[in-house]
Design a protein around this ligand. Structure first.
Ligand code: ADP
Ligand code: ADP
Length: 593
């Protein structure tokens, strides 16, 4: 006789809509579906859509079980509800462009950027969507500073239909912390509490966040689900590798680790403030939480192009509170917490007297005033364990990479100045790699000619190498004519605006021609070579170079010192005694010291 299996009733809140959606096909069906998909047209998903697919497939967006149809989409925009009536404040759509793969009742293979097969989708609806309407209704703004202004680059159609997911997107990092909704629920269940308080974050956790968490768990008798977003967050945020290291460090030193679960959420944030906060609550319910901490400026995209915040500081709290009963997720609200140095504690602003001294450090100050300058974050602001990880990930400026990009006519003096600069940097303890246009053409760009296309390819190759050098903390000194403005700007983007210094070697054509160190101008004038920059090919001078050099009135040494002084001023090089003396007495030459 078989024993009846007794299932212990769950202590946790049920998923929204009753049960967790699961779109992953059973293992025995995988091979057939893979074989079938190999005959289908493919659609490559963006990183954002892959995050969305993962949450759809694993039930994080329950009861939503597909990218939204037109009916769902329209009702979500207007009423924050699916056509079934369930709350859902954010559109989750699969944008695509017109193409042979996109037609009704066809199956399409969904793949990632590396072409790994993720899912098969049956296209049941195709519809156009209106970017202005989405921007206005979901984000409440058309401002281009909103991070979701990226919608301009999305496909003009949305497609929707049944999904059969072969595998959840693979993540090689922090696998022990990547728990699906079902796995998170199982882990939470084991703690044995009825209440689960979720904490959302996209930032490294400082003392203020710890204080929020501590106060919230004191208020509610339960487990804290520390649930940081590791999908897409706001461009410029601290990368998730660094953040997760800080979360792990915090969990290790937490007093109540037996009431804390750290799990990573592969969500692609929209930075939609209030609507996003409500979405966060819904998602956390699916992961087993019945409370969400919502403080000041939750899911905030910062300030718009007029310098005004996109949303009020407590708009998000108000919206989640409005729907809290219906959604079944309570809000644990917090006002802004500030630090009181005289009492060495944090307090909510409304409890602080107007005479009390308060202290705070903004995210920008953390980067500019502390990390870039190699200053340690103070103890009251960040735990030393966390400060150390941040200091490691964001070394001070003089250990960060930088690219000095010389541009100008042939014979202007780029290489000559670059060589002097390289020596000055080596003397001051910085490693420098010189990428000289002529030298690069003998190996990295061997075989390339001087057509516009080949010149651009050459510059992009130099830019690529420079970007790698800079990423690894080195100094890349590039000296190439680089005649086209657009290509130079492309390289600036590759390296990163903050780390790119364009030096315009502004030597008049007559001077270059007179110098004619390589005899090229003479050849060009005789017509023996064609397409020579300045003679029969254009040179587009930079419009906003960081530095412009005059090689007629100044020697290569003087010019190299000018660049060095600029690098010192920006913090990329530490001044030595001679630099300080030269600075104080500009009339001195280096040989005098
Ligand atoms: P998000 O952008 O998703 O809100 P953050 O990491 O910036 O992520 O914030 C996490 C949570 O902590 C949010 O609920 C936010 O409102 C709250 N929070 C952050 N800083 C403060 C603060 N100084 N006072 C009150 N709440 C805060
Ligand atoms: P580019 O790299 O811009 O093609 P080079 O540095 O190879 O130019 O050549 C510049 C030539 O001009 C060299 O022969 C150099 O000695 C000479 N020259 C004369 N005055 C200067 C100066 N002030 N700065 C740089 N080069 C100068």
């Amino acid at each position: 006789m078989t024993q009846p299996i007794s299932v212990k009733p769950s202590t946790l809140i049920t998923p929204y809509g009753g049960e967790l959606v699961n779109l992953v096909v059973p293992p025995e069906a995988v091979n057939d579906l893979k074989a079938y998909a190999s005959h289908l047209p493919s659609l490559q998903l963006s990183e954002r859509s892959i995050c969305d697919l993962e949450l759809l497939a694993s039930g994080g967006f329950s009861p939503l079980d597909r990218f939204m149809s037109q009916d769902d989409h329209q009702r979500v925009l207007e009423e924050m509800r699916l056509s079934s009536g369930h709350l859902f404040p954010i559109p989750v759509t699969l944008p695509a462009d017109h193409g042979p793969a996109i037609h009704l009742d066809a199956d399409v293979a969904l793949r990632n950027a590396k072409n790994d097969l993720l899912a098969v989708m049956t296209i049941e609806t195709v519809y156009e969507w209106d970017i202005v309407q989405v921007a206005q209704l979901v984000f409440g703004t058309l401002d281009v500073r909103h991070p979701l202004a990226e919608m301009h680059r999305w496909g003009k159609l949305n497609i929707s239909g049944r999904l059969q997911v072969l595998q959840l997107p693979h993540h090689a990092d922090f696998q022990e912390l990547r728990l699906s909704p079902a796995q998170t629920r199982a882990r939470l269940e084991a703690y044995g509490y009825e209440n689960v308080v979720a904490f959302q974050t996209r930032n490294p956790l400082h003392r203020v966040h710890e204080e929020l968490i501590k106060r919230a768990t004191q208020r509610m008798d339960g487990v804290l689900l520390l649930h940081p977003v590791v999908g897409l967050t706001k461009p410029g945020d601290v990368d998730h590798y660094t953040r997760v290291r800080t979360y792990k460090a915090l969990v290790q030193c937490a007093d109540d680790a037996d009431r804390l679960l750290l799990s990573l959420l592969p969500l692609a944030m929209r930075l939609a403030g209030p609507r996003e906060a409500l979405w966060h609550a819904l998602i956390r319910r699916n992961y087993g939480a019945n409370y969400l901490i919502v403080g000041r400026d939750h899911a905030s995209p910062g300030i718009d192009s007029r310098g005004k915040p996109f949303y009020g500081p407590y708009d998000a709290q108000a919206l989640v509170e409005q729907y809290s009963a219906e959604l079944g997720v309570g809000v644990i609200p917090f006002e802004e917490l500030v630090y009181l140095p005289d009492e060495d504690r944090y307090e909510e602003v409304s409890h602080v007297s107007s005479q009390a001294r308060t202290a705070s450090i903004s995210g920008t100050q953390v980067r500019q005033e502390y990390l870039n300058k190699g200053r340690r974050l103070p103890d009251w602001f960040t735990r030393p364990e966390v400060a150390e990880i941040l200091a490691e990930a964001y070394p001070p400026r003089h250990q960060q990479g930088v690219c000095i990009w010389f541009t100008g006519l042939s014979g202007a003096g780029k290489s000559t100045t670059a060589e002097v600069l390289a020596v000055l940097l080596l003397e001051r303890g910085r490693q420098a790699t010189v990428l000289d246009g002529d030298v690069v053409r003998t190996h990295l760009s061997k075989g390339l000619g001087f057509s516009k296309e080949d010149r651009d390819t050459n510059i992009r190759r130099i830019g690529f190498v420079a970007a790698e050098v800079v990423r690894h903390g080195g100094v890349a000194i590039c000296a190439a004519v680089s005649p086209y403005r657009v290509t130079r700007n492309e390289v600036r983007d590759m390296v990163g605006q903050e780390h790119f210094i364009e030096v315009f070697v502004d030597t008049p054509l007559e001077v270059c021609e007179q110098r004619d160190a390589k005899g090229m101008y003479a050849k060009a004038r005789r017509g023996e070579i064609t397409g020579f920059t300045g003679i029969d090919d254009p040179y587009e001078p930079p419009t906003h170079p960081e530095i412009t050099l005059d090689t007629v009135a100044r020697t290569p040494e003087e010019n190299a010192h000018r660049i060095l002084a600029y690098l010192i001023q920006r913090g990329f090089v530490r001044a030595d005694v001679r630099d300080k003396l030269l600075n104080e007495a500009p009339g001195l030459a280096e040989g005098d010291i």
